[in-house]
Write a protein that binds this ligand. Structure first.
Ligand code: SF4
Length: 64
């Protein structure tokens, strides 16, 4: 699945990484992917990643 980040919508709550370690944070707490600074990544289908995306309170994470 393709996952996109919208950093402008991220409120640095820290929730997504509690579900999936594909998510990490910049020093200011804004979301990034763990192993790249790109904003869109093809990731294996994974229930925890899906849960992280669905749980983001501001919809800063999108599956497309
Ligand atoms: S759950 Fe959403 S708002 Fe919270 S840190 Fe992750 S991307 Fe940002």
């Amino acid at each position: 699945m393709k996952v996109s980040l919208i950093p402008e919508k991220c409120i640095a709550c820290g929730l997504c990484q509690t579900y999936s370690d594909v998510f990490d944070y910049h020093d200011d707490g804004i979301v990034k992917f763990a192993h790249t600074d790109e904003l869109r990544q093809e990731l294996p289908d994974d229930a925890n990643t899906l849960l992280a995306v669905k749980s983001c309170p501001t919809k800063a994470l999108i599956i497309d």
